[in-house]
Design a protein around this ligand. Structure first.
Ligand SMILES: Nc1ncnc2c1ncn2[C@@H]1O[C@H](COP(=O)(O)OP(=O)(O)OP(=O)(O)O)[C@@H](O)[C@H]1O
Length: 559
């Protein structure tokens, strides 16, 4: 086990994201007054150890310390609580509550799309969390299913939003100056893709994309490359699948407006989604159905959206993106297209299509000391990033164990530990499909005819479908039996046999005595002698007989 600060011990990696690795950890001792939650020794927590690139960036460290109070004070039933922040040498770590359960991305992949009602209720809780953080002036900026953890709560799913502030930490000029993109293209709002000033409305856009994905199984904008996905955010209208009922589509469409001022506030989004959920249920009254159909009236925008610090007016109009998509903003790591220096060149010319990339993949940061590619023959930084993102995602999906060589803590020789063993997981129960036909089938929206919606049930996720990409953990050696001490240390030949013979003689003598004393044997023989006396007699007779024999044979031979 590896220590983090003096208070925590890392036990087992839970997964790895673009910004760091999350570990299951144990509290060694109660944290100091600077922690939001002091915790108890022995308590289990989750610790996100930020990547070296982040920890080595002075700007990130400064921001980490500056935002300490913001992260620690964010408390809401639908937000993963940050308990402590650790800065130790070149290690930055966030200590969080441990959530036992999969993230929404994984849950969706393993269980398929949600019913409209379940998706609306789940997203309403995420919107509650956003409303609370926006009221506190904190914008998430990286809302996506992978950042929603599903906690089992009495057999029901309880969504918890995590990674608040991480996008902002990663948003360092030191990291972004190397033409990189830190973020998740599938969930980036148009203003983010363009590097324009961002507000809390980017989270509403992310919530809209997520809601779409929950009911259809995939985000609305895909493409052969991340750049293509970003361009769709800027110019394409989302296509409405026939499985999405009218009121829910109204909400999604409003969240996905290109103009951030037309998106609802988080609070209104939560209210609107609950109204929709009631209206699409089988037992919906006509009043509830009517309320759901009029949901548009509830989706008023936020009159004073929270702004992302450092974003206002950050766009540099001289750095124009392909197709006039926007400007390169070195401060907008999660939402910045690379400055290609190609003016209005075709985006496909700077990012050749190499098969289908995963639009949900995350662009990992490029180490700041890596020289930017310059030559025309060099692969564009995006190609490397896409490849790395795919590798990273594969590893995260299978919850692989870290290659020790990639572990940032591995550099410290005193922190080497035994490799942890994987925890067996139970298979999930099949989630009932709720009222709506399977995805992809045409369907009329008729809420009255829907079967009763059951609350979403959550069961632990099944084991990962494939072996970890990295080296599998070795089977532990069975403990050796302690060596037996030999009873014959000098190895005298036959000693063991002699012991056996002696033991047998003793047994026979004792058994004979018992028979002599307890059985009517004496009466049958006709003697009143004791056992030992009789034994001595027999012994004497036998000795005499042997003596006679030997003397007889001796005299015989002498004749
Ligand atoms: N508090 C927590 N409790 C339990 N597991 C967690 C916790 N936080 C994160 N995880 C798990 O750790 C894994 C990695 O999390 P992380 O946030 O680093 O990944 P990500 O969201 O995919 O990446 P990114 O850093 O790009 O947002 C995920 O599988 C997630 O389920």
């Amino acid at each position: 086990m590896r220590p983090v600060g003096s208070k925590y011990l890392l036990e087992e990696p839970l997964g790895r994201g673009a910004t760091g690795t999350v570990w299951r950890a144990r509290q060694r001792e109660t944290a100091g007054a600077e922690a939001a939650v002091p915790g108890q020794p022995g308590e289990t927590v989750a610790i996100k150890v930020l990547k070296e690139e982040l920890a080595n960036d002075a700007d990130v460290v400064m921001r980490f310390l500056r935002e300490r109070s913001v992260l620690l004070r964010l408390t809401h039933p639908n937000i993963v609580r940050v308990r402590d922040l650790v800065v130790e040498g070149d290690l930055l770590a966030l200590v969080m509550d441990l959530v036992e359960g999969p993230d929404l991305h994984r849950y969706l992949r393993e269980n398929g799309p949600f019913s409209p009602m379940a998706a609306a209720l789940l997203t309403a809780q995420v919107a509650d969390a956003l409303a609370s953080s926006h009221a506190d002036g904190v914008v998430h900026r990286d809302l996506k299913p992978a950042n929603v953890l599903l906690k089992q709560d009495g057999g029901q799913m309880h969504p918890l939003l995590t990674d608040f502030g991480i996008a902002r930490l990663a948003d360092s000029p030191g990291l972004t100056r190397t033409h990189e993109f830190v973020g998740t293209p599938a969930y980036v709002a148009p203003e983010g893709a363009e590097g324009r000033p961002q507000t809390s409305a980017v989270d509403i856009y992310g919530a809209g994309i997520m809601l779409y994905e929950l009911v259809t199984g995939r985000p609305p904008f895909g493409g052969g490359s991340a750049l293509e996905v970003l361009h769709q955010h800027l110019s394409a209208e989302p296509r409405r699948p026939s499985t999405i009922p009218d009121p829910l589509w109204t909400v999604i469409e409003r969240c996905l407006r290109k103009n951030p001022d037309e998106r609802p506030s988080a609070e209104n989004l939560a209210r609107g989604l609950r109204t929709v959920a009631e209206g699409v249920g089988v037992h919906a009254t006509s009043a509830q159905i009517a309320a759901a159909e009029g949901v548009a009236a509830l989706l008023a925008p936020d009159p004073a959206p929270a702004t992302v610090p450092g974003m206002a007016g950050a766009a540099d109009p001289t750095q124009v993106l392909p197709h006039g998509a926007g400007s390169y903003d070195p401060n907008g790591a999660t939402s910045v297209l690379p400055h290609t220096g190609t003016g209005d060149a075709d985006p496909t010319s700077v990012l050749p299509h190499r098969g289908a990339s995963d639009p949900t993949s995350v662009m990992p940061p490029v180490p700041p000391n890596q020289p930017p590619s310059g030559g025309p023959e060099d692969p564009h930084p995006w190609q490397n990033q896409l490849r790395a993102a795919r590798d990273r995602n594969e590893q995260t999906q299978v919850q692989s164990y870290l290659d020790p060589g990639e572990d940032p803590l591995r550099r410290r020789p005193q922190r080497q530990v035994a490799r942890p063993q994987p925890q067996p997981r139970q298979r999930p129960q099949q989630r009932p499909q709720q009222g709506y036909p399977p995805q992809g089938q045409p369907q009329q929206y008729a809420p009255q005819r829907q079967p009763q919606q059951q609350p979403q049930r959550y069961a632990p996720a099944p084991p990962p479908p494939q072996q970890p990409a990295s080296r599998p953990p070795r089977e532990p050696r069975p403990p050796r039996e302690p060596r037996r001490r030999s009873a014959n240390p000098m190895k005298i030949p036959g000693l063991g046999c002699l012991k056996g013979c002696l033991f047998t003689i003793i047994i026979l003598v004792v058994a004979g005595w018992l028979i002599w004393e307890l059985s009517p044997l004496q009466g049958w023989i006709g003697t009143t002698k004791g056992y030992w006396e009789q034994l001595t007699d027999w012994f004497q007779t036998a000795t005499d007989w042997v003596g006679d024999l030997s003397s007889g044979s001796g005299s015989g031979s002498g004749q």
